[in-house]
Design a protein around this ligand. Structure first.
Ligand code: NAP
Length: 401
């Protein structure tokens, strides 16, 4: 039976969700039937009216009201759509019933969560059924973890195409600027700390399918210190998103039956001073995270940080950019380099682009997607189709020797 909508944007009133209305208005095909959804009719009407001033066609976009805890409203929402894109987070608080409804109604789903313990719960609860039904449930379609996941996929693909070999090690170094953290992102981090999930967060293979965890787990632990890397010719140190992205990439590799090791870092400069900054940044980040485990410190921090619904200023986002550079080596000595980047800030402009292009890949290019289903990762779900869509949306996506 034909569903009413190709795509529903859920959580359309949030800081990211409102930007997604604008993005879909300019990038969705005119034949794509899309709607916005959330818990508050008044807020959604206001968001739609604001965007309609720039894109008049948005005025006709239907609105669906469904609270994240209202199972019957979510069931109706999921039945009416081929694809749901959710920006309602923290996902551990607002995501589980929506995913369950999408699985039950065989509706493809994607989001921008970086909450790996929650992704693990979704895998355990829904992977088998979604796999059997052919439903794609794809968390992590924003800055976490598309650049890491797509970059790794491209290196593995090109190493095979050019040399008939596999990469045995892949490492990524990130550079980013401008933008800043959204209140919604900080709420998600605080919720993970509050719900005492640090043990799960520290498991390097948290998202791997059973039977795919290597024996030498300790060799894959998150890097703490700084080191000078000969391939990148720069000092590399702790990247706070690494403990999220590496888990997603390792799930992708395992789902494809590949065994490369993967690690990622923040790139500092070339000088000795940069090395000192890299080392102190790592220690500082660890101390800050450790202190947030204490409730009084957390309560004080929560009063000082952006609140849900808030985010960086337009000026700060306009200065934003990111570049993920990945280097893969084969056992036979070949080396390839991939770059994924954008002149938009990582947490908003680029995230909105990556998540909307992921959702549109399912809504508009379903026949060109890999045959994949279950609770899966962006590269497993979208493969080459996502590369093509991001290129056509102006992102830098390249592989070279
Ligand atoms: N992957 C990435 O790189 C990346 C980047 C940015 C953000 N994120 C994640 O994306 C999520 C959203 O971020 P944000 O900055 O847009 O957050 P936000 O501004 O706080 O938006 C949260 C959204 O969730 C909705 N919501 C809250 N409670 C709900 C309920 N009971 N039922 C239905 N909807 C409900 C809110 O609706 P109301 O407006 O009605 O309150 C709002 O639309 C966060 O989890 C964040 O961590 C990821």
């Amino acid at each position: 039976m034909r569903k009413t909508f190709d795509l529903i944007l859920y959580g359309a009133t949030g800081f990211v969700g409102q930007q997604a209305i604008a993005y879909l208005a300019s990038r969705a095909d005119s034949s794509t039937r899309w709607a916005i959804a959330g818990r508050s009719l008044a807020k959604m009407e206001a968001a739609r009216d604001t965007e309609a001033k720039r894109h008049p066609s948005v005025q006709d976009i239907p609105i669906i009201v469904a609270d994240a805890q209202d199972e019957s409203a979510l069931a109706e929402l999921a039945s009416s759509a081929r694809v749901v894109l959710s920006c309602a987070g923290p996902y551990a608080l607002y995501g589980s019933k929506l995913v369950a409804a999408c699985v039950a109604k065989q509706t493809h789903y994607c989001d921008i969560t970086g909450e790996t313990p929650w992704i693990r719960q979704m895998i355990d609860a829904h992977h088998e059924q979604a796999l059997g039904d052919g439903t794609r449930i794809v968390p992590g379609c924003g800055f976490d973890s598309v650049p890491s996941d797509l970059g790794t996929y491209l290196l593995m693909r090109e190493m095979k195409n050019r040399f008939g070999e596999d990469c045995t090690t892949i490492k990524a170094a990130f550079t980013l600027g401008g933008g800043g953290l959204n209140g919604g992102t900080l709420a998600s981090v605080m919720n993970m700390i509050e719900s005492k999930q640090s043990k799960a967060l520290n498991n390097p293979f948290l998202l791997n399918p059973a039977g795919t965890v290597p024996k030498d787990v300790a060799a894959h632990r998150d890097p703490l210190g700084a080191h000078h890397d000969a391939d990148f010719k720069a000092w590399l140190g702790l990247f706070v998103m690494g403990p999220v992205n590496t888990r997603v990439v390792r799930r992708s590799l395992a789902l494809r039956g590949q065994t490369a090791s993967y690690q990622e870092y923040l790139r500092f400069g070339r000088s000795l001073a940069a090395g000192a900054v890299a080392a102190s940044f790592g220690v500082g980040s660890k101390i800050s995270m450790g202190m947030l485990a204490f409730s009084p410190v957390r309560k004080m921090a929560q009063r000082m940080i952006p609140q849900p619904g808030e985010g960086p200023s337009p000026a700060s986002m306009a200065r934003g950019f990111f570049k993920a550079e990945l280097i893969g080596h084969s056992a036979q000595g070949h080396k390839l380099r991939a770059v994924i980047g954008d002149s938009l800030d990582a947490g908003n402009g680029a995230t909105v682009k990556m998540m909307c292009e992921s959702a549109l890949a399912m809504a508009e290019n379903e026949s060109k997607l890999p045959k994949a289903a279950g609770v899966i990762t962006p590269s497993v779900a979208f493969g080459d189709a996502l590369e093509k869509r991001l290129l056509s949306a102006g992102m830098r996506v390249e592989v070279s020797e």
